[in-house]
Design a binder for this molecule. Structure first.
Ligand SMILES: Cc1ncc(COP(=O)(O)O)c(C=O)c1O
Length: 396
């Protein structure tokens, strides 16, 4: 018999993954080309060519024991130092390898930092809509997830509600910009105000409240959108980064936590993250991938296809009468459901072989997420199906 906790987790298991499986099933019935699967944030563009080249070079020029052996659980010092130097150059900071812990993607990093910080019943605040896995990650360590309601239509979080929900048990707040599922990028004013609310709460309760900035989409922005560097606003910030999206390497599982020295209890946190990486069973982030990101810092995927998809979808869906948040980053379009029940909207979409994910999976009913990390050809081909869906709901 499985544990009660896993029983609960199985019950709430990811709708996104279910949709992905559903897409594969539909593809066997209608043919892959006739199914429009916008369910999963699996990058569709190739990694830059330096990725393949460097993998070959690393494998041929690194001694086997160095490449394949165990290492410090926080990762190779040279990789961590190279990342610190890279951030220092971009952000005018003074980090070194001690501020960086290599992780098994953003998911690994979030689990490591939550394991490090949480006592049972500690509260972690998230802003709806949010990446649904946060719920599981917080429950992994018996924390309590506290949701701030969605602030439609801008989806810039409501900080008054945040202030009212911070308590002496608040251990962390998770923020994600560019955002999954809305594509919204929070500006400097927002982070200044957020820092002020958190600082006041820390003073009021005499506690440390860590701001965990989950940034797998940091470089995926459009037009002139700027992504804020969160630690410059609030000293108890911890950044979780991943190369899953910026280098199209989600299966390779590589990312890092940046823990600034200004954080309260910095040394203990860094030491605990090292142990958490080990005892959660990651032991360390994949060795080849660490070497790879060290050699390819500053390289990114070509984002032009995502930008093109965004342009086609926002133009054409608006003409059909759909309402959505105009995305400034990531590769998601958050569409207002034409009916109150977002599951009904997604069911009808599926009848037209379009797979999108109900907003309720992100803590935001009445909306749905479309992941446009697919080929532009797929987007173009899906437009008639969207027109049929619009007609079904009597949109313009
Ligand atoms: C907001 C957000 N955080 C974390 C993750 C997990 O990323 P990774 O593949 O690096 O674990 C994702 C993946 O889609 C995400 O969208």
């Amino acid at each position: 018999m499985i544990s009660n906790k896993m029983h609960q987790m199985l019950k709430g298991s990811s709708t996104i993954r279910e949709m992905f499986e559903e897409g594969k099933k539909l593809a066997t019935i209608y043919g892959k080309d006739n199914v429009y699967d916008f369910s999963l944030g699996n990058p569709s563009v190739n990694p830059p060519t330096c990725i393949g080249d460097q993998i070959c070079e690393i494998v041929s020029d690194t001694p086997a024991m160095e490449l394949h052996g165990y290492m410090n659980n926080s990762g190779y010092e040279s990789t961590r130092q190279a990342i610190a130097d890279f951030i220092n150059k971009e952000q005018n900071t003074h980090y070194d390898y001690t501020n960086v812990v290599m992780t098994v993607g953003a998911a690994g990093g979030l689990n490591v930092i939550l394991k490090t910080l949480l006592n049972p019943m500690d509260e972690v605040v998230v802003f709806a809509p949010y990446f649904g896995e946060y719920r599981n990650y917080v429950h992994n360590f018996d924390g309590i997830l506290v949701e701030i309601s969605p602030n439609a239509p801008t989806f810039v979080p409501n900080l008054e509600e945040l202030a009212s929900k911070l308590t002496a048990r608040t251990k962390a707040v998770i923020v994600n910009s560019p955002n999954n599922p809305t594509g919204v990028v929070y500006n400097k004013d927002f982070f200044e105000q957020l820092a002020s609310v958190l600082t006041q709460a820390q003073q009021k309760f005499g506690t440390s409240i860590y701001l965990i900035s989950d940034e797998p989409y940091r470089e995926i922005v459009y037009d002139d959108s700027q992504v804020a560097f969160v630690p410059s606003f609030y000293s108890n910030s911890i950044v979780g980064y991943s190369y899953s999206k910026s280098l199209s390497l989600p299966g390779e599982r590589i990312g890092y936590l940046l823990i600034p020295s200004e954080c309260d209890d910095f040394e203990e946190i860094v030491a605990a993250c090292n142990v958490a990486n080990r005892i959660l069973g990651f032991v360390n982030a994949p060795s080849l991938q660490q070497k790879l990101v060290e050699r390819t810092l500053g390289s990114y995927c070509d984002l032009s296809e995502y930008a093109h998809n965004r342009q086609i979808l926002t133009t054409e869906l608006a003409k059909m009468g759909f309402e959505f948040v105009y995305p400034q980053g990531a590769f998601y379009l958050f569409i207002k459901s034409p009916v109150a029940d977002d599951k009904e909207f997604c069911k009808v979409a599926k009848e037209h072989r379009v797979l999108i994910v109900p907003g309720s999976s992100f803590g935001c009913g009445g909306w749905a997420r479309l992941a446009y990390c697919v080929s532009s050809e797929k987007v173009e081909k899906a437009l008639p199906a969207f027109a049929e869906i619009a007609q079904h709901f009597g949109l313009r």
